[in-house]
Design a protein around this ligand. Structure first.
Ligand code: ZN
Length: 289
């Protein structure tokens, strides 16, 4: 498993994780930066370290690691990076408590729909954060933090001012990944506002945290990035239309609506429905306003 070159100075490593892949992005140049760190220590040892060494890099060559958000499949490797001597973990302010105590948050997001959630990721271990950033802060004049809440409250995109590449993590959902059933957002109005904010950025490529249906994990060129964001925004209105038609038919069971939504978009029914449930709950509450 090697880093794929996305464009000059931007590389994506697809680490196999939970039936899909989770992206680790490397920005190279005078200094090198990692964005996200896969799901656990084993994935760091098995995939990230060997892929770095193929590019003649080791952990001491990395300036810092920055998370796109604090779900286990993106920060599970942080503890191991710290043990291996990474210089700094740098994070958006809202992510900090969840990096220190990731398991606590992992349990918390399963409490909204306990019967439909997977068991907590027991291997998640916390670590300290070395530097805390706010929305709009820039590391070394290059790596900018752009708050893009929606998928979760602390989701950010990392904008590389050098290459104009936008590293999105899970901020842009489209129809979700192969294992989540549909696009997943815990905060719908914020999600839409984030898509609008990103459209105005005019990035030249976008790297997503997983292969999101139907596009995949890389969009190249301004037009393709703009289309990706517009499609993500449009999908929220198409989901809204579907949920409205179910409510109009008298369906009030969130789980049934969520299952029908997954079928409606030709998604793969996930083992645990908690992510589609979050999405449907947001649409129902918007429609009931
Ligand atoms: Zn993810």
């Amino acid at each position: 498993m090697s880093f794929e070159r996305v464009c000059e100075n931007v590389y994506l490593l697809r680490v196999p994780h939970g039936g899909t892949t989770t992206g680790v992005v490397l920005l190279t140049g005078d200094k090198n930066y990692l964005i996200d760190a896969a799901g656990n220590s084993e994935e760091v040892d098995e995939y990230i370290i060997p892929a770095l060494s193929e590019l003649s890099l080791d952990i001491s060559d990395i300036e810092c690691v920055v998370p796109t958000h604090t779900h286990g499949d993106h920060i599970g490797g942080f503890k191991r990076l710290k043990e291996l001597g990474i210089r700094e973990i740098v994070a958006y302010e809202l992510s900090v408590p969840k990096i220190i105590e990731p398991l606590k948050y992992n349990i918390e997001i399963r409490q909204a729909f306990p019967k439909n959630s997977p068991p907590p990721s027991s291997g998640l271990e916390g670590t300290s954060v070395d530097r805390i950033l706010k929305d709009g802060d820039v590391i070394d004049g290059r790596v900018e933090i752009i708050a893009t809440p929606g998928h979760d409250s602390d989701t950010v995109c990392i904008y590389d001012r050098l290459t104009k590449a936008l590293v999105c993590g899970d901020s842009i959902q489209l129809n979700g990944t192969l294992v989540q059933g549909c696009g997943a957002y815990m905060y719908l109005p914020e999600y839409r506002a984030s898509m609008e904010k990103l459209i105005s950025l005019d990035a030249e490529c976008a790297v997503l945290g997983h292969p999101f249906l139907p596009v995949g994990d890389i969009a190249r060129g301004r037009e393709e990035v703009r289309k990706l964001l517009k499609d993500a925004l449009d999908l929220t209105y198409s989901y809204r239309g579907f949920v409205k038609s179910e409510l109009d038919k008298g369906e009030s069971d969130l789980l049934k609506i969520a299952e029908k939504l997954v079928k409606h978009i030709d998604g793969v029914m996930p083992t645990h429905m908690f992510l589609p449930l979050y999405t449907v709950r947001e649409h129902v509450s918007e429609l009931k306003k």
